[in-house]
Write a protein that binds this ligand. Structure first.
Ligand SMILES: [Zn+2]
Length: 469
């Protein structure tokens, strides 16, 4: 009933007239190394806006009753698939505790999204059985949640950041299979703009791995699921759906819940307070504080974050006239106190126009952003400028234009054609496919995407695997 409204939702607000061109020119690259010491000494500068982006955790991702219903249905599906010979018979030969899974990261940006990062961690599994407010994650910290009704978080919440609703409307943040396996269940067609606890079911894909363990991918966007049916296999890194907010959810995120071959809950992160596994189930387990910049961007006005589930208004812009006000922003995940960032703006002649520093004032933010307004000089050099941010030894770079902007010329149709199952060409996690190499793909994709195809049906989107750092 709500679904139709949600399908057309993203069409209500049109980006500004120059949005398409601006997005097409938004090249973000991540370059190793530091900014170099040649520049002038930077001074700390208070931002004109920003701060913490709160992730609300007020409801179980899945009620106990819903979890039981899902588990019962999956058991029935598995039995049926075994009878058809699509799954190996029984578990007698399986190890009691599976460890044949080496999971890749399941949340990435889709076609054309060149952001260096797209996610944050909202919650790990809560290993403290008491509640409420008794939290213990795999690393013995408190990055989880429980509620007074008796729920201890049973999965890993990976949220989309920034612009989660805006990007959900554009199918820009997608879920990939973390490990290969057989689809043993699918839920689709449910309302996907939840802002809190509710009894509506979620949209999800359930994949059983070769060792008998199972992954639940929940909260997906309605109508975005892989066209593959129960019983078909998926490869690691294959497209499963778009990150959404279906079911009991306070915003677009993936709830990843795992069970071993004996149907025992598994927390995939190896750590001193997780006794559900021995070795990490991640091929490359991320740091507990996975601090990074997800996006640096320039805006024509401050980005707007309306109340859930209204889509954000990013006000992205990359072409300015001399004398314009430009808002230089950076979007962080896991930003911690005393981690200094250095921001510089370099003009088309290669001259540093501005440089400033900033450190987060809080001990820790799971998601945060900051922006500074700068009036571009009225005699500013025309051409391509650079906005750079250095954070934790990594440099992030974003190009923009002052005065005349060049007309991008794509070099041909380089976007891969999806297969019937919507599979994703695998670049391999951490492979040599860098963001720099993706720029051509990204540019062509963005131009295509923003040339009037404003309201893209979920199934029509073309996905491929973008780098996620
Ligand atoms: Zn969750």
């Amino acid at each position: 009933m709500h679904d139709q409204a949600s399908r057309t939702y993203g069409c209500r607000r049109r980006p500004r007239a120059n949005g398409a061109l601006a997005l097409a020119m938004m090249w973000v690259s991540v370059l190793a190394g530091s900014l170099g010491a040649a520049g002038a000494h930077a001074t700390s500068l208070d931002p004109d806006g920003g701060g913490r982006h709160a992730i609300r955790r007020t409801a179980p991702c899945l009620s106990a009753a819903a979890r039981l219903r899902v588990a019962a249905r999956l058991r029935a599906n598995v039995e049926a698939l075994r009878r058809r010979g699509l799954l190996p018979p029984g578990r007698a030969t399986e190890p009691a505790v599976a460890r044949a899974v080496a999971m890749s990261w399941p949340v990435v940006g889709a076609t054309g999204l060149t952001a260096p990062g797209v996610h944050g961690i909202g919650a790990f599994v809560d290993h403290d059985a008491t509640y409420p407010d008794h939290l213990r994650d795999y690393s013995c910290g408190g990055r989880s949640y429980d509620v007074s009704s008796g729920y201890n978080h049973q999965g890993t919440d990976i949220f989309s950041w920034p612009f989660s609703w805006y990007r959900m409307d554009r199918d820009e943040i997608i879920v990939l299979a973390a490990a290969p396996g057989t689809i043993v269940g699918k839920d689709d067609g449910n309302y996907d703009r939840s802002c809190g606890f509710g009894s509506t079911p979620w949209n999800a894909v359930y994949v059983q791995h070769g060792d008998g363990s199972t992954a639940w991918y929940g909260h997906l966007k309605s109508g975005s699921l892989t066209t593959k049916d129960v019983g078909e296999t998926v490869a690691a890194g294959e497209y499963l759906g778009v990150v959404g907010s279906s079911g009991s959810s306070t915003g677009p995120h993936l709830h990843l819940e795992l069970y071993d071959s004996a149907d025992r809950l598994v927390d995939p992160y190896s750590g001193p307070c997780n006794d559900t596994i021995g070795t990490s189930w991640w091929a490359n387990q991320r740091e507990y504080y996975d601090s990074a910049i997800n996006l640096i961007a320039i805006h024509s006005a401050p980005p707007e974050f309306p109340e859930c589930p209204e889509p954000e208004v990013p006000n992205l812009q990359d072409v300015f006239a001399p004398g314009d006000d430009a808002y230089f922003a950076a979007y962080y995940r896991d930003q911690r106190a005393n981690e200094s960032s250095t921001y510089t703006v370099v003009n088309a002649a290669g001259t540093e126009v501005w440089r400033w520093d900033h450190s987060s004032p809080a001990e820790y933010y799971e998601a945060s952003y900051w922006y500074w307004m700068r009036r571009l000089p009225t005699d500013g050099v025309h051409g391509k400028w650079w906005y750079r941010v250095t954070y934790l030894g990594r440099e992030y770079e974003h190009e923009f234009w002052v005065g005349d902007a060049p007309t991008p010329t794509p070099t041909g149709d380089v976007t891969p054609t999806p297969t019937a199952g919507g599979s994703v060409p695998s670049s391999g996690q951490g492979s040599g496919l860098t963001l720099v190499a993706l720029m051509g793909l990204a540019l062509a994709g963005l131009i295509r995407r923003h040339r009037g195809r404003r309201c893209v049906p979920a199934r029509a989107a073309v996905h491929y695997r973008a780098a996620e750092m």
